[in-house]
Design a protein. Sequence first.
Lengths: 159, 167
Amino acid sequence: MSVNDSSHDPLLDRLLAGDLDGLDPAEIDALEQRLNMDAQLAARLAGVTPVAEAELRNVPPVSDAEWSQVWQTVETAPTRAAAGRRILRLWHTAAAAAACLLLALTWNARQPATPEAWPVTWADSVEIEEVDVTDGGVPFVLSVGTQKSVTMIWVLGES
Amino acid sequence: MWTKRPCAALRLPLLGLLAIGLAGAADDGERKKEVRVEVWAIRATMTNKDVDKDLRQIAKLLEKKFKYTGFKVEKKVGKKVELGTEFTADLIQKYRVTAKPLGVKDGKLEIELTLDELVKQNKDDPKKNEYKVHFRGKLKMEPGPLLPVGGLPLEGGDTLIVALRVR
């Protein structure tokens, strides 16, 4: 069987068309047996260029300018990705720092503030519900002053 | 994605904020029951005419009523205490003050005030010291101004005036 005759053999047609993946194991076995038995066919098939490879040869070559553009793209791509990753890493750090700052501010806010000023004023009234003094003493409520009166409790008789 | 799961660096501050928030919420409940008590020990004397700046107002009034000419703040003590809790502090000479805020009614604070004097000291057990009560009263007072309680004898013929204020 010659290659020229193979146009009538569907298996050889598929082989020559480069459809190797479409062959099942049984078909491959059959082809191998035929090639083993037919040395002429095997020799001719050895010289046949696979269709795909032949088609690739027809593809116009890549120009130097196109190659340099491709390489430029390849070289800049990792840099952009790294920059993106750096920004992400910085973002995490910034977020952690912001959270720490918020923690510190919250902590400070919880600390007792400096005691606010307590201006000196004097009572102008008092209600006494119960009172007890030492023997001999007499307690009384004293209200002194006219405009700015001050109310005080005095234990008379002791001093 | 980190947005679904906070990164490790963020976990600690976030946990801290959570803990502070919980502690703060618990603390606020406690703080509302606290009162600041302040007590001044004032010496009134006839031996000089020195008057402390803060005492000028009552000095003018007491000079007319009594014969005192000098007024001096000898000691100030104070503490923030919870309602129902006693605050005790030594004043001057052997006097001691005990203040116990009881509660707030109609904007006024109800407080128990005791002024006593050490008469017998037990060196082995201070809890067994003996005191003489000079004044004990249950008072209702406005928060803020000082309420003087005077007439307690001091050595040398001077008089002790104890001024109490709360807020």
